[in-house]
Design a protein around this ligand. Structure first.
Ligand code: XIL
Length: 339
């Protein structure tokens, strides 16, 4: 009798628990999300998903220049540290984002004036102070973010303007500060922009030829349901061919990119979005194992997406969890698909 009961128990347990219940357990590479420390602290549903669904964490904003280095002589690590503490407490990996960017730059940096040496000192101090602070706590860094325009030219920014060779220098400085960190160049919208993609590939070649440490490419993957699959796949192939680690670093799939105020998130759109998520996951698994740094979503639920906040598109639904923090069918499908 005992044996029968035990087998019954085992059968039911395996039936219920035998399958993977979370993407992070289903796939053999890290599944991440960018996170917001206020939501982690205040929103139970958010924190629960953050805990159960992901094994890699990126701070959505709090390691960026503007927030972490608000004054010339003051760094503020408090919120970034909160995100790290959350991740550490649950043995999750942390991905650092981002050391050098043209956006979310504090006012004092934008207004800084000085000669080349003074600008170099400023940026070196920033990169190395932040990288040292998080040394041993982050697995990798987006060292330079979005340095190229669509036509492949160097984006005009205070960094490009004031510091010759700023990209290579930033990688070198980051490596000196945290020699174990995996160092990424991160960018968006390479699909359908061959010149931008080429500029990134040229950068990799050039840095490697000069023995400047670069270890990975971040493809942000802010795409939408109309993004062309062949263009996305071509970008993935070209990136992978560098042999570097590949991170899909900010995945979301917009369904209402034109911000149509009458937009309704209908079955057909949901299905198209799901198929794109499936395509992305499938393509990622075709990358050699040793190059798979992981797939990171840009925040957790449709309620938290930057597309609603930053772009003011209230009718946007780009993620795998809905506004009530429930799984969407696309999530369930990814959980069923071959791993
Ligand atoms: C976005 C955040 O999600 C917003 O909250 C913030 O207001 C602006 O930045 N590329 C990046 C990210 O590398 O850092 C950006 O994050 C989204 C685009």
């Amino acid at each position: 009798m005992k044996t029968i009961l035990f087998s019954l128990f085992l059968g039911i347990s395996l039936g219920t628990f035998g399958q993977d219940q979370y993407l992070k357990d289903h796939y053999k590479f890290p599944i991440g999300a960018s996170m917001n420390p206020r939501l982690l602290a205040e929103n139970d549903a958010y924190r629960k998903l953050a805990s159960t669904e992901f094994n890699s964490v990126t701070a959505e904003n709090h390691m960026k220049m503007m927030l972490i280095h608000p004054d010339a002589n003051r760094f503020d690590f408090a919120k970034g540290d909160e995100v790290v503490a959350f991740a550490k407490g649950q043995q999750k990996r942390v991905h650092g984002h981002t050391l050098v960017w043209h956006n979310q730059v504090p006012k004092w940096m934008n207004e800084f004036s000085g000669d080349t040496q003074a600008w170099e000192d400023l940026l070196k101090n920033h990169v190395q102070t932040v990288a040292k602070h998080y040394q041993g706590q982050v697995a990798g860094w987006d060292v330079v973010n979005e340095a190229f325009l669509d036509d492949g030219s160097l984006r005009p920014s205070i960094w490009a303007k004031n510091i010759p060779d700023y990209i290579a220098k930033s990688f070198q400085w980051a490596h000196e500060a945290d020699p174990n960190a995996i160092l990424f160049y991160n960018d968006y919208g390479q699909d359908g922009k061959p010149k931008k993609m080429q500029a990134i590939l040229n950068l990799v070649q050039e840095l490697q030829a000069r023995h400047i440490p670069i270890h990975g490419l971040g493809l942000q993957m802010h795409i939408n349901i109309a993004s062309k699959n062949d263009e996305i796949l071509s970008v993935i192939n070209q990136s992978q061919a560098t042999g570097l680690a590949i991170h899909f670093s900010e995945l979301d799939i917009a369904v209402n990119p034109k911000n149509d105020s009458t937009f309704v998130y209908q079955e057909m759109t949901k299905k198209a979005q799901q198929q794109k998520f499936e395509l992305i996951f499938k393509a990622y698994q075709e990358i050699p194992k040793s190059q798979r740094y992981g797939i990171t979503f840009w925040n957790i639920s449709d309620k938290d997406t930057w597309l609603r906040g930053y772009f003011k598109r209230p009718k946007e639904y780009p993620l795998l969890f809905d506004e009530s923090y429930n799984r969407k069918p696309a999530y369930s499908q990814l959980l069923k698909n071959e791993k």
